[in-house]
Every structure is written in C-alpha cells, then in structure tokens.
Design a protein around this ligand. Structure first.
Ligand SMILES: NC(=O)c1ccc[n+]([C@@H]2O[C@H](COP(=O)([O-])OP(=O)(O)OC[C@H]3O[C@@H](n4cnc5c(N)ncnc54)[C@H](O)[C@@H]3O)[C@@H](O)[C@H]2O)c1
Length: 335
C-alpha cells in the first residue's frame, strides 16, 4: 500500500484522483490547492484533509507519493520541496518550465534517494507500445524515419480559464510544451534522443491572447541517421487525431486516432493495434494515466526505479529549448 496526495486541483487532477481511487493499493491521504474553494471541494468529494499550502500539507501528512498537477513553473520548486520532505514525486509533464529548471530538479531527485516520475502517459498506450516493439523487434527491418503532426484548437476561453498558460514565465511555452510535448516525447522514445534539432516556432493566430507560440515545425536527426519531421499547431478549427508515422525498410506504419496500421510494399494494409477507447470531451487525452500511475506506485512500493524519470523527460524539453532559442523566442541563458 502507498499513500498519495494530489497538489493542484485543476483540469488534469481528476485523471490522477480517479486513477488513485480505482487502485486498491493506493490510499489518497490529502489534496491541496492554493484556491480554498477548490481544496475544500476536492477534500469533501474524496473525504480527505484539504490544504491550501503545500509545506503545511507535507508537514501534516507526509504521503509516500506527491502528485504534482500544477502550472509548469511550479513543478520544479514543489517537486523539490516534496523530495526534500522525503516523498516520492509523480509530476505532470513537462518536468519543468525550462530545461535548466528540469536539470536542477533531476540533480535534486538523484541526491534525494526518492523517485521522481514524469507523466508521459502516452507511452502506455497500446498503440505506442506496438510501435516501440516494431522498432525493437524489426519485423519490417530497421526504422529509417518518422513524422508526426498535431492539429489542435485552443481559444481565448481556454487561456482565460488558466492564465498561466499564456506566458513564457509561467508556462515556458505554448503548443510545444503544453499541448504536444507528448508527441515529441514519443518520437524520441521510438527513434532515440536526437543528436541535432532544427525548428521554428511562432505565435501565428493567438497574438491577441497569449505570449507563447501556437505553431511549430521541428526536424530532428536521431542516432543511426534516422530523421524525423514534426508539425504542431493550436490554430486548427478543432482537435484532430494525432498522426505519427514510422518508415521501416519494408513497411510504413501509421498511428492515427489510436489505431496502428502497416502498409507493406504490395500495398496491403494490416491493423496492428488499437488503443482502448476513451470517452467524453477529453478523449484525446487518452486512457493511459491510470496505467502510468499504477506502474509508478508499484515501482515505489517495490523500491524500484521508474523508467520515465527526470532525465528521460529532459530529452523532449531539450528539443523545445533548441527550437525556442533558434526561433528567437527566449534567450538561451533563460532556458
Ligand atoms: N498528461 C496530460 O495529458 C495533461 C493534460 C492536461 C494538463 N496536463 C498538465 O497538468 C498540469 C496542470 O494543468 P491543468 O490544465 O490541470 O492546470 P489548471 O490551471 O487547470 O490547474 C492548476 C491548479 O493548480 C492550482 N495552483 C496554482 N498554484 C498553486 C500552489 N502554489 N499550490 C497549490 N495549488 C496551486 C490552481 O489553483 C489550479 O487549481 C500542467 O503541467 C499541464 O501541462 C497534462
């Protein structure tokens, strides 16, 4: 049995709270939000103590695992406080709002003797596991290249509901770091950490409402000459299914809308895998939070390391840093 607390009772916190509730091996012992109404509502709903201050929560209820579901700029300081208090930490992506802050947190985690995990839950999708298995087992030969695109929609009311999402200081970026870092993470997980990155990011259609970029194109060179091209935007009219394609020596394998298909040289198309279907208006967030949370708590309970640690999470953050700096959006020294 592990105990858990969730800090930050906003949009994504429900994914954590419901995953904790469905796992008989995890006991929720506290919730925390700086907004007293949110803290109180969650405390009442889950029948646990509610706090408005993390330090007070850590002093009163030292959970085994602190789930950090906060604005990006608070991930590193609050994760560090929890690690120093002797807790393990599962933080939402990104590990921090900048590469520098994430690297500092990685050092703190290493010396703390506690486990720090980062919530890249899409690595637990059946489709992602199928793609990674194809790369490793090579039934279609070596992987040669990848491409991916994310065409989503974010409007003024989305940013108004959580103003931290608008700014470089608090969000550390826009479409790349907030909405689509998962897809960069998957490309790097499938193809290897990039040896070089080129990219351009800009705010094309959201200039009146946010500082951060809403559209980006990235190219990466991965080990063994493998290349990838990536496009992401928040300027589409709706949220289209994420598309990701890997070119192998003898097949093109495509992930679209959670379904993986392989097209071989003779044109035959075979369905290889399909994600469990999520329902509701947030179905595009996927079904894998619970899988990742179950796995993280199981590793902690067994005293084993968790594979998506700060160093793993810094790979995608490093890609973003390179694109933001190359695009002149942030000075290199601040990343
Ligand atoms: N893994 C995913 O697919 C996914 C999806 C959505 C969001 N996220 C991530 O989850 C995190 C939170 O995003 P969100 O959309 O839920 O944000 P949100 O703005 O809806 O919620 C953040 C909450 O944190 C609270 N908060 C702010 N400062 C605090 C403090 N000092 N102490 C305690 N509480 C404080 C706010 O009051 C708010 O309730 C972000 O890192 C985001 O990128 C991940």
């Amino acid at each position: 049995m592990t105990t858990a607390a969730v800090v930050g009772i906003g949009d994504i916190s429900g994914n954590h709270l419901y995953a904790i509730a469905q796992n008989p091996g995890i006991e929720l012992v506290a919730v925390c939000d700086i907004d007293p109404a949110r803290a109180e509502a969650a405390a009442g709903h889950w029948n646990v103590p509610g706090f408005t201050d993390v330090e007070a929560m850590l002093a009163a209820v030292r959970p085994d695992v602190v789930h950090v579901t906060l604005p990006h700029y608070l991930h590193a300081p609050i994760a560090a406080a929890a690690l120093r208090a002797g807790c393990h930490v599962l933080t939402e992506k990104p590990v921090a709002e900048s590469y520098g802050a994430g690297a500092e947190l990685a050092d703190i985690a290493r010396t703390s003797g506690r486990t720090l995990g980062v919530c890249f839950q899409n690595r637990y999708n059946d489709s992602s596991i199928a793609l990674r298995t194809l790369v490793d087992d090579r039934p279609y030969g070596r992987v040669l290249a990848g491409r991916a695109s994310v065409w989503w929609h974010r409007n003024a009311s989305y940013y108004a509901s959580s103003p931290w999402r608008r700014t470089w200081r608090e969000a550390g970026g826009g479409v790349l770091i907030n909405q689509t870092i998962h897809t960069i993470d998957l490309l790097c997980w499938f193809l290897g950490a990039p040896e070089s990155v080129s990219g351009v990011a800009a705010n094309l259609t959201h200039r009146d409402i946010v500082e951060v970029e809403d559209t980006a194109t990235v190219t990466m060179r991965h080990p063994d000459g493998v290349t990838s091209v990536y496009f992401a935007t928040n300027s589409h009219s709706s949220d289209a299914p994420v598309e990701l394609e890997l070119t192998f020596e003898s097949a093109i394998v495509r992930l679209q809308g959670g379904v993986v298909t392989a097209t071989t040289a003779n044109g035959a198309v075979e369905v290889l895998a399909s994600d469990a279907k999520a329902t509701g208006d947030r179905a595009y967030w996927g079904t894998s939070h619970a899988r990742l949370i179950d796995d993280f708590h199981a590793r902690v309970a067994e005293g084993e390391p968790f594979w998506i640690d700060a160093d793993a999470a810094l790979v995608s953050l490093g890609v973003l840093r390179d694109v933001y700096v190359a695009s002149g959006l942030v000075p290199a020294a601040e990343r």
